[in-house]
Ligand binder design. Structure first.
Ligand SMILES: Nc1nc2c(ncn2[C@@H]2O[C@H](COP(=O)(O)OP(=O)(O)OP(=O)(O)O)[C@@H](O)[C@H]2O)c(=O)[nH]1
Ligand SMILES: [Mg+2]
Length: 205
């Protein structure tokens, strides 16, 4: 279990499969550089980022799912640690940003859907809701996607949200972290912070 969490009462976390761009998004949100890379599994321990004054921490959690060169049991362990971290801190976590790769997410979900298999992304989306953390899906790498609306509608469908995706702008946020296009995510996160009466945290999004 990760034990590096700073003692803060409000938190927003980034979760998602490996290599989807969580640390790149973290850099975009904080202006601080974190290790990112071509190779999946770069982040093995949470990156916490907090500020001197405000009682708030933003956390980039390690990626789970398939990672080339990482054994299955280690991957499972990372995912268990991520789930435990979210569970343990659920009361403080205002928003869970589930980062996905817009180009491949639907194909990966479909490939892993079966009678005894729930795809990681779908599972994580429902898990966040179950523990009372508002999920926002940051659909990243949209710069690589041509048929954006169609992809986003398909993703909604897989998550149990009725398309069209435009109805779900508090939950589905198409972005390109690498290009610095993250307005849709900031809007979605602000919506939930406002609902939680935490407009004071708008300064971070
Ligand atoms: N085209 C494109 N590439 C991106 C975008 N965001 C991130 N990437 C690239 O995706 C790769 C993985 O990015 P990371 O930020 O390290 O991903 P991560 O989710 O933190 O990965 P782990 O730490 O392994 O879980 C890097 O090569 C990034 O440059 C984006 O918006 N568009
Ligand atoms: Mg990372």
């Amino acid at each position: 279990m990760f034990d590096s969490r700073p003692d803060r009462d409000a938190e927003v976390v980034l979760v998602g499969r490996s290599n989807v761009g969580k640390s790149t998004l973290m850099r975009e949100l904080t202006g601080h550089t974190f290790d990112t890379g071509q190779r999946p599994g770069v982040t093995r321990e949470p990156n916490h980022y907090d500020w001197a004054g405000p009682d708030f921490v933003l956390t980039d959690l390690p990626g789970f799912g398939f990672m080339k060169g990482v054994p299955e049991d280690v991957r499972e362990e990372i995912k268990t640690d991520v789930v435990r971290y979210v569970e343990a801190n659920a009361e403080k976590i205002l928003v869970g940003i589930l980062v996905v790769d817009g180009k491949s997410v639907v194909d990966i979900i479909d490939r892993h859907s079966g009678p005894d298999e729930i795809p990681h992304d779908v599972e994580m989306f429902h898990f966040l809701r179950e523990v009372g953390v508002e999920p926002v899906v940051a659909v990243n790498k949209m710069d690589k996607v041509d048929d954006g609306d169609e992809r986003l509608d398909d993703l909604c469908d897989r998550l149990g949200l009725h398309p069209p995706w435009q109805q779900w702008q508090e939950t589905i946020a198409p972005i390109s972290a690498k290009r610095g296009n993250i307005d849709a995510l900031n809007e979605a996160v602000r919506h939930h912070l406002h609902e939680a009466q935490r407009d004071d945290l708008f300064q971070f999004f």
